[in-house]
Design a protein around this ligand. Structure first.
Ligand SMILES: NC(=O)c1ccc[n+]([C@@H]2O[C@H](COP(=O)([O-])OP(=O)(O)OC[C@H]3O[C@@H](n4cnc5c(N)ncnc54)[C@H](OP(=O)(O)O)[C@@H]3O)[C@@H](O)[C@H]2O)c1
Length: 363
């Protein structure tokens, strides 16, 4: 007999839509392989939600995807609940999976309450894990939350790190270049393009956050560094991983439009830094180094043969030096951005969680 594994998806943007397409595409294969059907109880965006008593049918899910693809909100669909949703009202007595593919602040409150009620969480949203340490611990206690896609998009970074830790290894340092956006900008600068032109292209193509300063401030990289550090058991807060910004403080307080108009003011300085590095046989990369003693996150001059210096475009690289991987670190490298690979990382976490819940049903 086929059991149903139910999920609620918060967010139906780039990653969320790609994820829903992937879920629909793999349902039959999962049923055949593992004997459970992955079902949506609700799809949620900022405007409202589609909610079913049991599970949303395929036609309703497709209507939601069509609406979002055309730029409409879920609230415009006739069967939608409009306005902010109350997640607690949607949660059944038995454990389900709540998937957060928003970029929203403050989700940790409702997600920790769901964990306390026995539900399971899958995240692409970094923010619930980078709020207070209490929230991180409440979410991740007893493996209640999976979060592979929060770092390195679809690359198996968190799972590699967890495998090292579960095997009793001790992580001495993690060196990484983990922003697809900043990687793209470093490559553009190396090719002689002005920073402002590269930022505008990245912004127009949706490769940056809506406010590109979320990337250029180093905050996005700092959040990922904090997630890696906390996964290693370090009791760090956001101020333990200060990211070096690419712009001076006065540009932090202007509107996004004004920032985009003034971003050209940064061109000469950044071009100069790249030229100075090249004159020394070095490349400029936005790198993070995390050790138990502390972290550094910022622009670094690296020898051309350094693995991080060989990265191009949006590729990421993570290098784990541990007690067992000492002379030759364990390296994970590959595309570190993109909605399809990110959604695939989320789906992998959903399926792993669903398999556990399914085993528990059977027991
Ligand atoms: N794109 C990538 O390559 C990538 C890689 C790794 C991780 N991520 C992470 O994945 C997450 C999603 O990224 P994205 O590119 O898909 O972002 P996005 O296109 O901006 O989509 C965000 C979605 O979340 C919804 N949302 C925002 N606040 C909400 C709330 N309070 N309640 C319910 N829904 C809410 C938005 O609703 P509306 O549609 O109504 O606006 C939208 O559907 C982010 O946390 C991002 O950092 C992305």
């Amino acid at each position: 007999m086929t059991g149903e594994i139910t999920m609620i998806q918060l967010g139906l943007g780039g990653v969320g839509q790609a994820l829903t397409h992937q879920v629909l595409a793999c349902q039959a294969a999962l049923e055949q392989r593992y004997g459970f059907a992955l079902c949506y109880r609700a799809l949620v965006d900022r405007s409202g939600a589609l909610v079913a008593e049991q599970s949303l049918d395929r036609a309703t899910i497709q209507a939601a995807l069509d609406a979002k693809q055309q730029g409409a909100t879920l609230a415009t669909l006739p069967q939608a609940q409009r306005g902010p949703i109350n997640l607690a009202d949607m949660l059944p007595d038995h454990p389900i999976i709540i998937v957060d593919v928003t970029a929203a602040d403050g989700m940790e409150t409702l997600l920790t309450a769901a964990v306390a009620a026995g539900h399971r969480i899958v995240l692409a949203n970094k923010r619930p894990l980078t709020a207070g340490l209490d929230a991180f611990q409440a979410l991740t206690e007893h493996g209640a939350t999976r979060y592979e896609a929060t770092v390195g998009a679809g690359l198996p970074v968190i799972s590699a790190l967890q495998a090292l830790l579960d095997g009793g290894d001790v992580v001495r340092s993690i060196e990484a270049s983990m922003s697809g956006t900043l990687g793209y900008l470093c490559t553009a600068l190396e090719e002689g393009r002005p920073l402002s032109a590269a930022v505008r292209i990245a912004h127009e193509n949706g490769w940056t956050e809506p406010d590109p300063r979320d990337d250029l401030s180093g905050a996005d990289v700092a959040r990922k560094a904090l997630i890696l550090a906390r996964t290693c058991g370090l009791a760090w807060e956001m101020n333990d991983v200060p990211g070096e910004p690419w712009f001076p403080p006065p540009m932090a307080v202007v509107s996004v439009n004004e920032f985009m108009q003034r971003v050209g003011e940064l061109d000469a300085d950044m071009a100069g830094r790249v030229t100075a590095a090249r004159a020394k046989g070095m490349a400029l990369r936005y790198a993070a180094v995390m050790e138990p003693a502390g972290a550094s996150v910022g622009l670094r001059e690296l020898p051309l043969e350094h693995p991080l210096a060989t990265l191009r475009g949006t590729d990421n690289l993570f290098s784990f030096t541990t007690d067992r991987y000492t002379n030759q670190p364990l390296v994970v490298r590959g595309p570190g951005a993109g909605v399809d690979v990110t959604a695939a990382g989320v789906l992998g976490d959903i399926v792993a969680t669903a398999r556990e819940l399914s085993e528990r049903h059977r027991a």
